[in-house]
Design a protein around this ligand. Structure first.
Ligand SMILES: Cc1ncc(COP(=O)(O)O)c(C=O)c1O
Length: 448
């Protein structure tokens, strides 16, 4: 065993004890695929701002940020206070309530395409609802999605589906389910045009900045072209803003990049760190959910039904409403972006100084890493090279995470999400951790 792993194991004995128990409870010992980690995951005890602490007392700069939900960082006082106040009034009324109205109004105020909104309990439910609404509205069945783009785990969008696979497939989903799905290579406007030409596509869904929160970046020009082609063919454009919404700007990617979809799906930041999602967009599409008292034919044959015990839960509504108001008025997105820019510049300066084959880049407050490959260092933060970014060399991925854990940084994948609570101290700590990690990796002959 190398020194890096030895250190990780020595520093995480109490986490190991939980992991040993968890293995007998959960498949792979975890409750989310992305949390599976070898030799075992860290178990976190508490968090604050841009940091978190594990059960062994180790402190980390946190780049997971609640899987992207925490643009304001952990435990923002105003949000915590709103949650406390809501809990005092009750956890669940099973009835309409005041906060859901204010939360919904706030969403419509902030999201450019938003004319009506329906809350769900997660992002997965939001994309599922968006596609169902699009099918009901257009009377078409086919859906176009982009290869590798992630929209949750419901039947239609699940699986690693590349266009060159002979047939899209995910275990547990009936084969016939995919008959109405077309997968197109991201960035190829010609292929998209062909897929939509038959005018039989209900919706095209995409992650606006590219697959896996922009790990495989998508150009703004492609998004504009997708908007043009979908409008031309009567296809609804569904922007999945579960990650980018309320992060890239108060109105999300659609505001920042100036492309307005027909529908957008949201979750994460939307609910201020508690569970929640929504679909918003054109009134005539969302109104497919409307119950019409005098129209039995509509209610039974045309209307899309929707239930959900935790839709617009009062505590989530309180957290979400407070978070969105802060984001609208307090420059939170800009602050997170500025910190991310400082971090990316700091990492690239470090890689140059140490002649590390790698680079960092970002879109808004989402940053990514290439490591172990000779990759060009972006001129100005964003990925502007002709070739696709390559990520972290697979053989390096785990040792890098171990080394960074040892030096107090928790990445999300090959990069991370920055919050408005991160600042110069977190940037310095992260660059310092990378400096130490590079030394460790080189000492074990893992990095050139
Ligand atoms: C772009 C995107 N869409 C949908 C989802 C699913 O959201 P949830 O995990 O709330 O079901 C995610 C989750 O990470 C996501 O990143």
């Amino acid at each position: 065993m190398g020194k890096i792993l030895e250190t990780f194991e020595a520093m995480h004995a109490r986490s190991k004890a939980y992991a040993d128990r968890a293995r007998h409870v959960f498949p792979s010992g975890v409750t989310h695929d992305a949390r599976a980690f070898a030799p075992w995951p860290i178990y976190v005890e508490r968090a604050a701002g841009g940091r978190k602490w594990d059960v062994d007392g180790n402190q980390y700069v946190d780049y997971i940020g609640g899987h992207g939900a925490l643009l304001l960082g952990h435990n923002r006082p105003e949000v915590m206070e709103a949650i406390r106040a809501a809990l005092e009034r009750g956890t669940h009324f099973g009835s309409s309530h005041d906060l859901e109205v204010e939360w919904g109004e706030q969403v419509l105020k902030m999201v450019p395409c938003g004319e009506r909104v329906r809350f769900t309990s997660s992002g997965t439910e939001a994309t599922m609802m968006a596609l169902r609404l699009a099918r009901a509205f257009t009377g078409r069945e086919r859906v176009v999605k982009l290869a590798e783009h992630f929209h949750g785990w419901h039947d239609l969008v699940v699986g690693r589906l590349r266009p060159d696979d002979p047939h899209p497939h995910s275990p547990g989903v009936p084969e016939g389910f995919y008959d109405s799905l077309t997968i197109v290579e991201p960035g190829d406007a010609g292929a998209l045009g062909e897929a939509l030409a038959g005018r039989d596509v209900a919706a095209m869904i995409l992650e606006p900045t590219g697959a896996h929160w922009g790990t495989e970046p998508l150009a703004r020009e492609y998004l504009q072209e997708a908007r043009r082609l979908t409008a031309e063919t009567g296809t609804l454009l569904v922007m999945d803003e579960v990650i980018t919404g309320f992060r890239m700007a108060p109105g999300g990617c659609q505001e920042r990049w100036g492309v307005t979809p027909d529908l957008s799906s949201h979750a994460k930041i939307l609910a201020g760190g508690l569970p929640g999602g929504c679909v918003t967009g054109r009134a005539e599409v969302i109104s497919m959910l409307e119950i019409r008292d005098e129209d039995a034919e509509w209610n039974s044959k045309r209307r899309v039904s929707h239930q959900g015990t935790y839709n617009a839960n009062p505590a989530a509504a309180a957290a979400g409403l407070t978070a969105l108001r802060l984001i609208e008025t307090q420059g939170e997105c800009e602050r997170a972006d500025a910190t991310t820019a400082a971090l990316v510049r700091g990492l690239n300066a470090l890689f140059r100084e140490l002649s590390v084959p790698g680079s960092a880049w970002c879109v808004s407050s989402m940053w990514h890493l290439n490591l172990g490959y000779e990759a060009p260092i972006p001129e100005d933060l964003k990925w502007d090279a002709r070739e696709a970014p390559r990520g972290v060399l697979p053989a390096l991925a785990r040792p890098l995470r171990w080394a960074l854990f040892n030096h107090g940084v928790d990445l999300m994948g090959n990069g991370g999400m920055v919050s408005s609570a991160h600042g110069p101290a977190e940037v310095d700590a992260t660059v310092g951790a990378f400096r130490a990690a590079v030394g460790d990796l080189r000492a074990e002959g893992l990095l050139g």
